[in-house]
Design a protein around this ligand. Sequence first.
Ligand SMILES: [Fe+2]
Length: 333
Amino acid sequence: MANLRRLGGGEGSLTRLTPRRGRGTTRRPVSESVPAYHAAVEHARRPSSPEDITAAARKSFDEAPDARLRFLLQRLVEHLHAYACEVGLTKAEWEAAVAFLTDTGHSCSDRRQEFVLLSDTLGLSMLVDALQSHLQAGVTESTVLGPFHVDGSPLRPMGSSIAEQEGSGEPMFVSGNVRGIDGQPLAGAVLDVWQNAANGLYAVQDPEQPFENLRGRFRTGSDGAFSFWAVRPVDYPIPDDGPVGRMLAATGRHPWRPAHLHLVVSATGCHPVATHLFDRTSPYLGSDAVFGVKPSLVVDFLAHGPHEPGAPEGWSDTWYSLERDFVLAPAET
Ligand SMILES: [Fe+2]
């Protein structure tokens, strides 16, 4: 049809392809013009099949100079077209999908990443994580980064608290060691930590919290040990007031994630790991909205009375502790 339009619309206009006689023109021999005319007519009349369209779109990337980019886009075309054919995608559905992705983009800001949320809730983030896993026996497993990580969290003194605001939650002392796969302590390892408050919100979501509340970085000394005060994280729904939330609601899915602490642990010469530590008591461990739970990342938050040794000063209620080591794989694996 595109060919028909280019030729002026309608089969009648195809006659323009016939060589015309006129002032200053020379009539070409019939033997040259007729085959070209018939070929053009045949091409214009032939409906473009799905296979033709896919082949043309794929071929359009043939000359891409970057081989990896060419491969990625040609396979994307093939899979995307195959999906449309398999489900019999209608024009209305295509328009709805475009509107949904447009809304997703409009929902993004420097404090909200709706596309990451979409990837998470479709399981794509965990799939990419699994494909890139450099897992060796004993190495700490990774999971989704999630949409609430903020670069440049404050570097805090070892043993200090990431809670900058009263009422952030029940205190939880987190400690352990960062080691290499050979068991040696990793000096200078950095733990980048972030979590939600008792109201279920991360500071980037909540204007009532200081912007750096409940996040921070800690650097290990020569012994590879770390410790800091956090608060007991709580179950929370992913932001469901945008397009991703509408998708979950339309499909009968709940938006909840099991309570967890986020960490990115890194050290020179090692693969960094973005991971979570999940609360074993959460009712959402088996139905995490973003599929992020791995059994090795489920831990016990140990409860302590207010008078037990180590209780935070001035705290007169239950507090918690969590001891956990992190093991990083060498970068060359
Ligand atoms: Fe989270």
